[in-house]
Design a protein around this ligand. Structure first.
Ligand code: ADP
Ligand code: MG
Length: 648
């Protein structure tokens, strides 16, 4: 048996690391700035630990990025730990050796789990060769008596090292940018990239900050004010003053890192505007902060709904220790939450994540589940603690929650107590409360309204009998109630649209006599003849409400089938199969008009009137069920006029 170490031929592997490890060329900005940031964080840490006692206490740490179009260079400068020649040999010359990991290992006990160091794999530095033909490092270590070092490499496997000229502590990385990447020399482009990745890094970042000489020039120039003819300051001058201002481009302590108790509503709204450039105010937000089983901090904003869910465009930005990674990574963030806007910082996630890595990672899958649970917890506690407020949000947030429930059974299980339903009594309750308070009257059947105008007649009947129904008026409710029925099948809950079946509570509860059964058959035949529809079903019931002559019912199951077939492209044949014979005309025996019709129908001489009234009753019932087709409507109006004329 032979054992050994695999070796790597650097000439072949280097191009892979430089070109293909990262998908986007602009990643080099993220990598170099995060290295500079790490260098400063390390120094701060050392200072905190008392290992660097000679540092001035009020040291101002910063990162400066500068472009030089003439010399075609970009420089990244920091005043962090710097490197000794030995450290360059260890962490730069040896690929995939990470000074960040080494640092964490060394100070493991003292730093604990709460580290902010970004680096991890020891590969990021080489991403600079994606845009540079040549790279130079000038550095001076923080350690007492250190000598400056310089390193130079043109992208091959050879490098040059020599003593450097740097006199102040820190590191400058100079990229000699290749012609095909000249766009990065434009300040405008570089600013966009820096803003994308580095907007929330914990160390101040400056892009092409004004030199001291420039600031001095502008300041002295201000004393001799340049005025135009009307005595106004010249624009050009203002621009100069603005350029002389030193402003970092990042926010070093983003809101998500703060404790929710320290953030005001105004803070949340301002942060929302700043990050998403959206001037509509968010409805409310959830501030996430978890330590176990992994670290995550973030803010999720729920929008005020103006559109159907399908038109909502969400954006959830993922960060790793304040460094931007990507938007909408559905492997980490549950799909339904991607409809919201938000930021999430997961320091435990490897920064150079590739999608395929995430898809196959069990840990990442668990993260998504935990985020979901945490969101459910927050909503539940808001519902418990401040029910009134929660109810006022409900109409806007319910589509997201229902969508989440359909997508993730776990989420429904966690949130179901906070899934509310608006009732015809005007309050909001959860399913359990609704079932409990209606058990005596409607049992396990839950009646609901899908369109309060079309179903107004039924709602009125319900209210008259002190019955209650729910409002389920969005497109999502149809699949949602099927989901709930299935999920709660042990409870045998059945959702019925208010016009799909007559609640026993609406009618007198007594068995039909033989005579009544016979009468029903006769009346059914009569309507079938008059309306020329031999599939029409007619039922005679004694409703508690006398004022209603008739209603049309469509069985819940059939209607859902119809709606589904319509949603899947409206197959006519299917609709025909379930349509037609599915509607039942229910005549109300306690209504005067109906009673009169029953007598009238036996008088052969008044057949015309019988027809007239039957059609009118049918149309009236139909109208409160769904809009009448044009032709039927025209006839209805003609007939109504005729009836009025007769009275006169
Ligand atoms: P990582 O950041 O994952 O450790 P990199 O390839 O980005 O790997 O960098 C390799 C190492 O080089 C870093 O860990 C650090 O020790 C060193 N280094 C890179 N840039 C700087 C810098 N600006 N200041 C000090 N050390 C640096
Ligand atoms: Mg790095």
């Amino acid at each position: 048996m032979e054992k050994g170490n695999l070796s790597i031929h650097s000439e072949n592997i280097l191009p892979i690391i430089k070109k293909w490890l990262y998908s986007d060329a602009d990643i080099f900005v993220r990598e170099l700035v995060s290295n500079a940031c790490d260098a400063i964080l390390k120094l701060r840490k050392l200072s905190d630990l008392g290992e660097a006692p000679n540092l001035p206490k009020d040291e101002k740490y910063e990162i400066c990025v500068r472009t030089d179009k003439e010399n075609k260079t970009i420089t990244f400068e920091d005043n962090g730990v710097g490197m000794t020649a030995d450290e360059i040999k260890e962490y730069i010359n040896q690929i995939a050796f990470s000074g960040a990991s080494a640092f964490l290992e060394k100070y493991q006990d003292k730093i604990g789990a709460d580290n902010e160091i970004i680096g991890h794999f020891g590969l990021g530095f080489y991403s600079c060769f994606m845009v540079a033909d040549k790279v130079q490092i000038d550095t001076l270590s923080w350690q007492d008596g250190a000598t400056a070092a310089r390193w130079l490499c043109d992208g091959g496997i050879e490098y040059e090292m020599s003593d450097g000229k740097r006199t102040s502590r820190g590191t400058t990385i100079t990229l000699f940018v290749g012609d095909e990447h000249a766009e990065y020399l434009e300040e405008f482009n570089l600013r966009a990239t820096l803003t994308k990745y580095c907007s929330f890094l914990p160390v101040e970042i400056y892009l092409n900050p004004p030199t001291d000489e420039y600031v001095e020039k502008v300041e002295t120039a201000e004393k001799v004010e340049i005025l135009d003819a009307d005595g106004e300051k010249l624009d050009e001058k203002d621009e100069k003053v603005e350029k002389a201002e030193r402003k970092p481009l990042n926010d070093t302590s983003p809101l998500w890192l703060k404790s929710a108790n320290d953030c005001s509503d105004e803070d949340y709204k301002a942060f929302y505007k700043q990050v998403f450039m959206d001037f509509n105010e968010p409805l409310f937000w959830i501030h996430l902060n978890m330590d176990y089983p992994f670290r995550l901090k973030g803010i999720l904003y729920f929008p005020k709904l103006k559109h159907e869910l399908e038109y909502i465009e969400g954006q959830v930005k993922l960060y790793n220790n304040q460094v931007y990674v990507a938007d909408n990574i559905k492997e980490v963030i549950p799909e339904y939450l991607l409809l919201l806007k938000g930021v999430m910082d997961c320091p435990d996630l490897p920064l150079n994540v590739s999608r395929s890595f995430l898809q196959n990672d069990g840990y990442v899958k668990k993260m998504s589940g935990y985020i979901s649970r945490k969101v459910a917890d927050k909503l539940n506690s808001l519902n418990k603690k401040d029910g009134e407020k929660y109810q006022s949000y409900w109409d806007d947030i319910s589509p997201f929650i229902k969508y989440g429930c359909i997508k993730e059974a776990d989420f429904y299980d966690k949130i179901k107590a906070a899934v509310l339903y608006k009732t015809t009594n005007g309050d909001y309750v959860n399913l359990e409360e609704f079932l409990a308070r209606n058990a005596e009257k409607t049992g396990k059947t839950v009646f609901y309204v899908s369109d309060d105008q079309l179903q107004a007649q039924y709602i009125k009947m319900f209210k008259e009998q002190q019955l209650e129904a729910l409002y389920l008026t969005t497109k999502l409710d149809n699949p949602f109630i099927s989901y709930v029925e299935n999920y709660e099948r042990e409870k045998e809950v059945q959702f019925n649209r208010i016009d799909s079946d007559l609640s026993t509570a609406l009618k007198q509860d007594k068995a039909a006599t033989e005579e009544e059964t016979k009468q029903q058959e006769e009346v059914e035949k009569l309507f079938q003849e008059i309306l020329a529809n031999k599939n029409l079903k007619v039922q005679i019931e004694t409703l508690k409400s006398e004022s209603i002559s008739a209603v049309v019912l469509l069985s819940e199951q059939v209607r859902r089938m119809q709606e589904m077939s319509r949603a899947y492209g409206g197959m006519e044949s299917l609709q025909g199969m379930f349509g037609g014979d599915a509607e039942t005309l229910v005549l109300n025996r306690s209504n005067k008009l109906v009673q009169a019709l029953f007598k009238l129908k036996d008088e052969q001489s008044r057949r015309d009137d019988t027809e007239l009234i039957s059609r009118q009753i049918y149309d009236l019932a139909m109208m409160s069920h769904k809009p009448l087709p044009n032709e039927q409507m025209t006839k209805f109006i003609e007939r109504s006029n005729l009836i009025l004329e007769r009275i006169l």
